[in-house]
Design a protein around this ligand. Structure first.
Ligand code: RRO
Length: 299
């Protein structure tokens, strides 16, 4: 199937930040069966990330405040990329900068390497030149980061949007105009978890991002809004636990789906979803999964 300029063997992908660089899953998952792996967001320099605790469970969801820890792009290329590029499926590399120019530099470094299928630009990170606001918060910062990456790579470029913006269609349109080939909708929702007896936040960073089934209906609406208005190739990400969740996202306009939080409950969930998807399509007599995309009947 086609996802903009990318050819996918199926629509089931693993989401950035929930699948490392594939290494941790090779004993559990035949990685070559996945549509693609989106690697943990890589930064220019090594980073320690946020203070622990970094995870807190909530009803039907999970909060995280990982804070982009990682070895930096040099170590990623030297140590992680060899497995990622040899795992038999597409490697989509997620990047994040602290300044607009860093998105360009990261895109340039990544594109110089063999065996990378696409770049996912993660704009849900603080812009140190923008007073710490996230790049995803406004049109200029989001489109600036996209344009910087676009200028430095010929690889297919996807931008992962934040769900918490006033007008997601406006941000989506601006990053598409800045050269993105498609979109990932969306990241986790800013959230807070509190231990009231201890009068303490449950996360070391106080706030974090909420993911998991709790956010699925909200993200479903965002995918629907953007798909209707832009017709862009979309990877959906938000609380996908089952093959039916994948089909819901496809009906509202997604072409592919990224499985995230569900990997923590069951590392083999993506393969199970793929199998279930094939069974459901056979049961329903649907020969071509593409025929599902954007078929929501609104009247
Ligand atoms: O590292 C994180 O805390 C993190 C990132 Br960069 C992101 O994009 N989304 C998320 O939920 N956590």
């Amino acid at each position: 199937m086609s996802l903009g300029p990318l050819q996918l063997k199926n629509p089931v992908l693993c989401a950035s930040g929930t699948f490392g660089t594939g290494q941790e899953y090779i004993d559990y998952v035949n990685l070559s069966r996945l549509g693609a792996i989106v690697s943990k967001t890589v930064t220019l320099e090594p980073r320690l990330g946020n203070p622990p605790p970094r995870l807190a469970e909530s009803s039907f969801g999970l909060l995280n405040s990982i804070g982009l820890p990682g070895p930096g792009v040099d170590a990623f290329i030297a140590e992680d990329l060899p497995l990622l590029r040899s795992c038999g499926t597409l490697a989509i590399v997620s990047i994040a900068g602290q300044k607009t120019t860093e998105f360009g530099e990261l895109a340039r470094r990544i594109s110089a390497e063999e065996g990378i299928a696409a770049v996912e630009v993660n704009i849900s990170c603080p812009n140190i030149e923008g007073g710490g606001c996230f790049f995803s918060d406004d049109v200029d910062a989001a489109s600036g980061a996209t344009r910087a990456a676009r200028t430095h790579t010929a690889l297919p470029l996807f931008v992962k949007l934040s769900p918490l913006v006033t007008d997601i269609v406006e941000i989506a349109t601006s990053v598409l105009d800045a050269g993105a080939d498609g979109l990932t909708i969306a990241n986790s929702f800013p959230a807070l978890s509190v231990d009231w007896q201890g009068r303490k936040p449950r996360l070391g960073n106080i706030t974090g991002g909420l993911s998991g089934p709790a956010i699925k209906p909200i993200t479903l609406r965002l995918v629907w809004l953007v798909a209707e208005k832009t017709r862009a190739p979309i990877m959906a990400s938000g609380g996908i636990m089952t093959a039916d969740d994948v089909l819901e996202y496809m009906v509202v306009g997604a072409t592919a789906c990224q499985i995230g939080t569900a990997n923590f409950l069951d590392p083999q969930v993506s393969i199970k979803i793929l199998q279930d998807l094939q069974n459901i399509l056979a049961r329903e007599g649907i020969d071509d999964i593409n025929s599902i995309i954007g078929t929501l009947k609104e009247k």
